[in-house]
Structures are given as C-alpha cells and as structure tokens.
Design a protein around this ligand. Structure first.
Ligand code: ADP
Ligand code: TZP
Ligand code: MG
Length: 263
C-alpha cells in the first residue's frame, strides 16, 4: 500500500461517476473535487453507457433509491463490468430496511462489485449476521467486525470496507485496519457517502490493486478529518464539514504518513 496514490490521483484527476443520494450529493461532489478527482452525478438511464465510458470508476449509493433509480443502478453496474470500470456499492440502511437489503442482494446478483463500503449494521446485514442497525447509522450491534467484514467479502467475492471508529478493510483473506478519524464524522451526515466515492476515486487510479486503493482511501479521509479535529477547540459539526473539504484539498502525502494508524 502506498500513499503516493494520493499524488497519482491528483495528477490523473479521474472522473468518478456517482449515482448519488439527494441528501449528500453536494458534499460528495465537493469532497471529490477538493481531493483531486472529477465528480459527475447522473440519474438518467439513457446516458448510462456514455457515463460509464467516460468514468474511471463508478460509485452506486442506495441512500434515496426509487424504482427508476434501481433500474438505472442495474444497467450502470452491468455496463461498468462490461467496460472493466471499478464499481463501489454503498448499501445505505440495508440493516434497517428489509426492502433495501433485497434490492442490494438483487443488484449484487446482477453485476459484480469491486468494493462494498458500509458501516457495521449494513455489512452485517449483507453477511446475514444479527446486528441492531439504526436507520442510516451502524447502531448497537455486538460482534467481531473483522469476521463480519470477511464473511461479507467472501460471500460477494469483493473487497469490503466496514467503516466506523476503526475501518476494517478486507478482500476476504487479507485484513487491514485504519484507526484514524474523529467522532465528528458521525455528527456530519454524508461522511460514509463521501468515503464510498473517495474509494471509487482511488480505485479509478489503481484498478488492478483495489485492496490497496481501499486502504489509501480510508487513511486519507480519516486522516484528513483527524487533522481538522486536532485544530478544533469544541465539536462544531458544520465547521468540521467545511474544514474537511478544505483539508482534502490541502493535505499532503507526508502529513497523512505522519499520523497514519494503519495495520
Ligand atoms: N467514532 C469514530 N471515530 C473516528 N472515525 C469515525 C468514527 N465514526 C466514523 N468514523 C469515520 O467516518 C467515516 C464514515 O464512516 P461511517 O460513519 O461508518 O459511515 P456511515 O456514515 O455510512 O455510517 C469513515 O471515514 C470512518 O473512519
Ligand atoms: C440521511 C439520509 N437518508 C437517506 S440517505 C442519507 C444520507 C446517508 O449518509 P451517510 O450514510 O454517509 O451518513
Ligand atoms: Mg452510510
């Protein structure tokens, strides 16, 4: 795993095609842009093939799905496989809403994804493990998050990021953990969505080493947030969100390297 991938991303400025949710779409676009990627959002199935062709990677976020959008997700996912573009799936709230879990399972049956990025409640639901998920949040489950993430990765033959106070990254065999971050991430809606899209951005510039790309994405976002929090004297969620975007644009490989808690 090399953090130099951050400089590669900034040099290449990859297009990341997002099927976004309507809650956090602007945060995700600005976060990707600040980092050095080139976001594009689309909700129109008629332009799916062009979108996939111009993109370096695709991020499919289930946050505010509609029947029409689920159809678009299936078309886009299949096209991404056909054009060999990495796909990241963010299964928002599948641990809390059975319909969403069924949609996610149907999508995972129709096309292959490179990364599933979710919180513990979402990854446990996909791995069929009991967990008390709460809405969009991880909730209060008990269990071994490494085993849950590994089981999900093996089941869907992909890389899994189970995010939280410590991010667990696994390809089903290897496991890495990122212990950077700040509880302020939980006070800002959209932190997870941004992580998923940042994973897609790094996958775009490292398509043959997705497991490495996933680790770099986790350490860059969590590290940038940690740097912002270290300069705040009180918890200010709105200021955090703005400062995070600034920090994503300014942060260097050396700054992340100096604080990285990756093993
Ligand atoms: N308590 C925490 N301490 C440190 N970092 C956190 C904490 N909770 C979440 N994060 C970070 O927030 C980001 C979003 O993760 P998470 O909150 O799990 O996603 P979601 O918003 O989808 O529930 C990740 O980068 C994760 O490392
Ligand atoms: C509040 C809300 N409702 C549907 S999607 C969404 C945002 C989820 O964002 P995140 O999972 O990144 O916290
Ligand atoms: Mg989420």
């Amino acid at each position: 795993m090399t953090l130099q991938l951050l400089n590669t991303l900034r040099d290449q400025n990859p297009i990341v095609f997002n099927i976004a949710n309507f809650v956090t779409v602007q945060d995700v676009a600005n976060g990707l842009n600040a980092l050095g990627a080139s976001p594009i959002m689309s909700a129109e199935v008629q332009e799916a093939e062009s979108m996939v062709q111009i993109a370096g990677a695709v991020c499919i976020n289930m946050g505010t799905l509609t029947t029409q959008q689920v159809n678009q997700m299936a078309v886009v996912g299949k096209l991404a496989n056909q054009y060999h573009k990495p796909v990241v799936l963010d299964p928002v709230a599948v641990g809390a809403v059975p319909y969403r879990k069924q949609v996610a399972l149907d999508l995972l049956d129709k096309f292959s994804v490179d990364v599933i990025r979710g919180n513990a409640g979402e990854i446990a639901a996909l791995a069929d493990i009991d967990w008390q998920a709460k809405g969009i949040d991880a909730g209060a489950g008990q269990g071994d998050v490494v085993e849950i993430a590994k089981r999900c990765a093996q089941q869907f033959n992909c890389c899994v990021i189970l995010s939280g106070p410590t991010d667990v990254i696994t390809d089903g065999k290897r496991v890495a953990k990122v212990a950077n971050g700040t509880p302020l991430f939980q006070l800002h809606v959209g932190s997870g969505d941004l992580l998923s899209s940042i994973v897609a951005a790094f996958a775009a510039v490292s398509p043959t080493a997705i497991y490495d790309a996933a680790q770099v994405a986790c350490v860059v976002l969590a590290g940038a947030g940690e740097l912002v929090a270290s300069q705040m004297t009180a918890a200010r969620p709105a200021t955090f969100a703005i400062d995070l975007i600034d920090r994503l644009s300014l942060v260097s490989v050396q700054e992340i390297q100096a604080i990285a808690k990756l093993n």
